[in-house]
Design a protein around this ligand. Structure first.
Ligand SMILES: [Zn+2]
Length: 206
């Protein structure tokens, strides 16, 4: 019996992902975040920004991130929450440790994930990017399932949008943000993308 790699197993188990013309992923559950608005009318979606998040910090599988992105975080639920309770933030996608995906904002709309940011001389990266949050932290490796799902989602997004650059939040907001952190394996991610032609896959790739 041939032992399948994770990616082969995954692709045999699940059909390829698709983003529809309204900007929704067929393989995600959708939970609407109110934290989005229209993209500028003349923008091309050319950038993918990779993040990490967990709420409470370094606790996984709970509903803290969902509550943050839907403005329902209970400040009494954890000592960390009062410091972030008033944030109005979101991302297009959240990939759990087990690889399940939640979408919060249509890709055609502007999610509020990057904040004050700049990539190659262009400010306000939210205008022209898609934000993907990986459930994790700067202090722990990500899971095999997350890399596989992230790679497949990346390929689906690139079929629909002219994405030329993939970066970490720390690349577009240096000094202010550190995610996805030192444990995010850019080499592994790019290998899973199967040689996809990109201008950059993080400045820190080599
Ligand atoms: Zn981030």
């Amino acid at each position: 019996m041939i032992k399948l790699t994770c990616l082969e197993y995954y692709l045999k188990t699940y059909p390829l992902m698709l983003i529809n013309t309204s900007g929704y992923l067929d393989h995600a559950s959708f939970i609407a975040s109110p934290n989005f608005d229209e993209r500028p009318s003349d923008c091309r979606i050319s950038l993918l920004v990779i993040h990490n998040i967990s709420l409470p910090p370094e606790e996984f599988s709970g509903d803290g991130v969902i509550k943050l992105f839907t403005n329902q975080l209970d400040p009494a639920a954890h000592p960390y929450y009062p410091s972030i309770q008033s944030l109005k933030v979101s991302a297009h996608f959240f990939i759990r440790r087990n690889g399940t995906i939640i979408q919060f904002v249509s890709c055609n709309k502007r999610a509020w994930h990057a904040g004050e940011s700049c990539w190659q001389g262009k400010n306000r990266c939210n205008d022209f990017s898609i934000g993907i949050e990986l459930e994790g932290s700067d202090n722990l490796p990500f899971t095999d399932a997350q890399y596989i799902v992230l790679a497949e989602l990346t390929m689906a997004l690139r079929k629909e949008y002219p994405i030329t650059d993939i970066v970490g939040h720390s690349d577009v907001a240096p000094g202010r943000k550190t995610d996805p952190g030192p444990h995010f394996d850019w080499n592994h991610y790019r290998t899973l993308l199967c040689g996809t032609n990109l201008n950059s896959c993080s400045q820190k790739f080599d």
